[in-house]
Design a binder for this molecule. Structure first.
Ligand code: CO8
Length: 258
């Protein structure tokens, strides 16, 4: 499918989706969000794809929702239109892992989009922020919720109240990102991680995603029970037999997603 605001490449079991509105630092507008949701759903439905990478340009992952697009909207328009809700719900339905590879600005909706992914790898030039307060509004796609769960109340308050940017070093220290690498190595690092994931049993991979995400939605007791039951359930798969046999026989496991 031809897209106008994103580029999709599928190679070696990895779908790379690149946000591509360079003139607006990849600001999120209706078209981009709709194309992104479509591309992610297509990757979910494509049996060849085992992991997804979402990235932007060297200068910007995404500098937020498109301010020009939102500027003149009324309360009724944003409320009735439920800006970006359908698209973000579609993104949240993707069961395959999504890695955000972030370079440059990830601000407002851009930071929130990165946090919707399963983990973030960033370059040394990355800058994260929730500067909506400077526009007379507040975060609307998770900047007060996901950010708080990821970095804690104090930093989330600081970011949302002052609108200041967090650099890559602080983002790693705070638990917002999993790895920081030099800019030139960002895509190699993201693809290396994606390839490692692609080699695993997809059943286990999807269970990990569900189980870790459940940690945000439920009590520790319920989460631990869910994890334990999923561990038990995986003994019904051929991949569990193969994985454990391969370890004992000192060979590489050949998973078949069964
Ligand atoms: N929207 C639209 N256009 C943008 C945006 C944006 N968010 N960010 C940058 N651009 C455009 C600029 O207008 C400029 O266009 P032009 O060349 O035509 O003038 C071009 O991108 C390059 O930008 P700059 O010249 O400003 O580049 P600088 O390097 O000087 O500055 C910054 C880069 C610091 C990133 C600066 O562009 C900036 O501050 N951008 C806005 C960041 C921001 O406030 N983001 C939050 C937006 S609101 C939001 O995300 C809400 C999310 C929730 C929505 C849905 C809720 C339900």
């Amino acid at each position: 499918m031809a897209y106008e605001t994103i580029i999709v490449d599928v190679e070696d079991h990895v779908a790379q989706i690149t946000l591509n509105r360079p003139d607006a630092l990849n600001a999120l507008n209706d078209e981009l969000m709709s194309e992104l949701a479509n591309a992610l759903t297509a990757a979910q439905n494509n049996d060849k794809v085992r992991c997804i990478i979402l990235t932007g340009s060297e200068k910007a992952f995404a500098a937020g929702a498109d301010i020009s697009m939102m500027k003149d909207k009324s309360f009724v328009e944003v409320f009735s239109g439920d800006l970006f809700t359908a698209e973000t719900e579609e993104i949240m339905r993707v069961r395959k892992p999504i890695i955000a590879a972030v370079s440059g600005y990830a601000l407002g909706g851009g930071c929130e989009l990165a946090m919707m992914c399963d983990f973030i790898i960033c370059s040394e030039t990355a800058k994260f922020g929730q500067p909506e307060i400077n526009l007379g509004v507040v975060a609307g796609l998770g900047g007060t919720q996901r950010l708080t769960r990821l970095v804690g109340k104090s930093k989330a308050m600081d970011m949302n109240l002052t609108g200041r940017f967090m650099d890559a070093e602080e983002a790693e220290r705070s638990g917002l990102v999993s790895r920081v690498v030099p800019c030139k190595k960002l895509m190699d690092e993201a693809h290396g991680a994606a390839q490692r994931i692609a080699e695993k049993s997809m059943v286990s991979v999807m269970v990990v995603k569900e189980a870790v995400n459940r940690a945000y939605e439920t009590t520790l007791r319920e989460g631990l029970l869910f994890e334990r039951r999923m561990f038990h359930s995986l003994f019904a798969t051929e991949d569990q037999k193969e994985g454990m046999s391969a370890f004992v026989e000192k060979r590489e496991a050949q998973f078949r997603d069964r």
